[in-house]
Design a protein around this ligand. Structure first.
Ligand code: NDP
Ligand code: HSE
Length: 455
């Protein structure tokens, strides 16, 4: 921390007394969708932030790849550098909004080794290599904050890590990916195609640089891994999270959901499961049918919403903008204030808590209700055969809906689409039933398999 006092705009309330405060040198790594908004807030709210912190924040550089691109008035060209390594070495505080694993990982480790505290929005890095980051923060006595990594503007990491640290979280259920919610919502409400809706989400700055991370569920899985680790005091790795994306969700699935009074949402679910084998945790991401009356069904656009169930607190609901430059920058600035206050006053923020070390339950051992859609030959005995297979694996049917499909007009080619919902059943039993259907001549196609949640 230095005592330099470069000019700062006067406070509207009167003379700017912040120039008398010590200065913290801030490096911003990345000036894309989020970084540009971080720099705007740092510039527009500089005086207020300095009073909240007790030190002035001086942005000493902004690391990017392309030095020539114009990034607007809040990203002065003279601050841009390609030399991110030197930048972090001179900093007290590093804000990482590059994304991806490298060079973000190396830069953050170097920053901490050099004594800088770190604020990052990088869920992919935290989920893949959070252990190394936590360890570096511990060894070097600096802070690691990452509120923006889960659900954009919504305060979620801090509530789970700090506010509920005295409680016992049982379950977290929510929508934590804005892009996929935007896509599913557009497909449901406007009939947009998957590709049209995704293109629009990219233009609005919600999607990751590579949107496959969004649509294949990896982004939501990274967030589930972060939340599960915090909620259950256990290191839940990305590879521990069962992950299915939305690329297989079809217009027919959306229509079937509407017919059933349900909505399809990409859900992240983390749960504490206690049974005769002891206590374990589950972390999973998949598109699921929820009743239209469920509060998550009305979460539209790129909004996120998360329910937390804790023993003493009961049910808590968090809702807000889960993606986009300004909302994400808001979460980052909150972390910047926390980390900066700590540097001014001494001490460090929360560390990794993983004393519980609970095992992660395999998806096969979980129970869910299902919706299964099959294309079948429309002839006597087919329904009985399907019902027989399901009952053979202990799966109880809840409802059946059949529609005739266009064949070639002959009785031999008559086809039907059968939509079945089941009561809760073991995943492994459903997998075994689907294997049988795949090998059955009367079943011409398994068109979709979706879990039903929230009932
Ligand atoms: P962008 O792709 O818009 O921006 C990335 C920035 O990083 C660009 O300025 C790019 O430089 C810079 N960059 C990339 N590689 C390097 C490198 N090797 N050295 C220096 N700079 C580099 O990403 P976002 O702003 O959307 O996302 C940033 C982070 O925030 C990610 O971790 C993302 O997951 C996370 N996040 C994003 C949200 C969103 O809604 N967008 C929401 C929540 C979290 P250049 O401009 O020159 O190409
Ligand atoms: N791509 C992410 C999303 C950004 O769509 O939610 C927020 O983490």
């Amino acid at each position: 921390m230095s005592q330099s006092s470069p000019g700062s705009p006067p406070s509207p309330a009167g003379a700017d007394t912040s120039t008398e405060l010590p200065t913290l040198r801030v490096a911003v790594l990345g000036a894309g969708t989020v970084g540009t908004e971080v720099l705007r807030l740092l510039s527009q709210q500089g005086v207020d932030l300095s009073h909240r912190i007790g030190a002035r924040l001086e942005v000493i550089g902004v690391a990017v790849r392309n030095l020539t691109r114009d990034r607007g008035e809040h990203v002065p060209a003279e601050l841009l550098t390609e030399d991110a390594t030197s930048l972090v070495q001179q900093s007290d505080l590093v804000i990482e909004v590059i994304g991806g694993i490298e060079p973000a990982r190396t830069l953050l480790l170097e920053a901490m080794a050099g004594g800088a505290s770190v604020v990052t929005a990088n869920k992919a890095l935290l989920a893949q290599d959070g252990a190394a980051l936590y360890e570096a923060a511990d060894i070097h006595g600096v802070d690691l904050y990452f509120e923006a990594a889960v659900a954009g503007a919504i305060p979620l990491v801090r509530p789970v890590r700090e506010s509920l640290a005295g409680d016992r979280i049982q379950r977290v259920l929510g929508i934590v990916n804005g892009t996929t919610n935007y896509v599913l919502d557009a497909m449901t409400r406007t009939g947009a195609s998957f590709d049209e809706a995704l293109e629009s989400a990219k233009e609005l700055g919600y999607a990751e640089a590579d949107p496959t991370a969004d649509v294949q569920g990896h982004d939501a899985a990274a967030k589930a891994s972060i939340l599960a680790s915090l909620a259950f005091h256990t290191r839940v790795r990305l590879s521990d999270v069962h992950c299915e994306g939305i690329t297989e969700v079809s217009a027919q699935d959306i229509a079937a959901a509407t017919r059933m009074g349900r909505t399809i949402k990409l859900l992240s679910i983390i749960e504490r499961i206690e049974d005769e084998t002891g206590e374990r945790v589950s972390a999973r991401v998949y598109p699921a049918l929820i009743p239209d009356s469920h509060p998550l069904a009305s979460v539209s656009d790129a909004y996120n919403a998360v329910f937390i169930e804790a023993d003493a607190a009961g049910s808590l609901m968090f809702y807000g903008q889960g993606a986009g430059g300004a909302p994400t920058a808001s979460a980052i600035l909150g972390d910047v204030v926390s980390a900066a206050r700590q540097r001014v006053r001494g001490g460090v923020g929360p560390r990794e808590s993983r004393y519980a070390e609970l095992d992660v339950i395999a998806i096969d051992d979980l129970r869910s209700a299902f919706y299964v859609s099959l294309t079948v030959q429309d002839r006597p005995g087919v329904l009985a055969e399907i019902a027989g297979t399901l009952s053979g694996y202990g799966i109880s049917i809840s409802t059946i809906h059949q529609e005739l499909l266009e064949g070639d007009g002959t009785e031999q080619q008559a086809l039907a689409s059968i939509g079945i919902t089941t009561h809760r059943a073991l995943e492994s039993a459903m997998t075994a039933s689907l294997d049988v259907f795949s090998a059955t001549a009367t079943v011409l196609g398994i068109d979709s398999v979706l879990r039903i949640e929230g009932e």
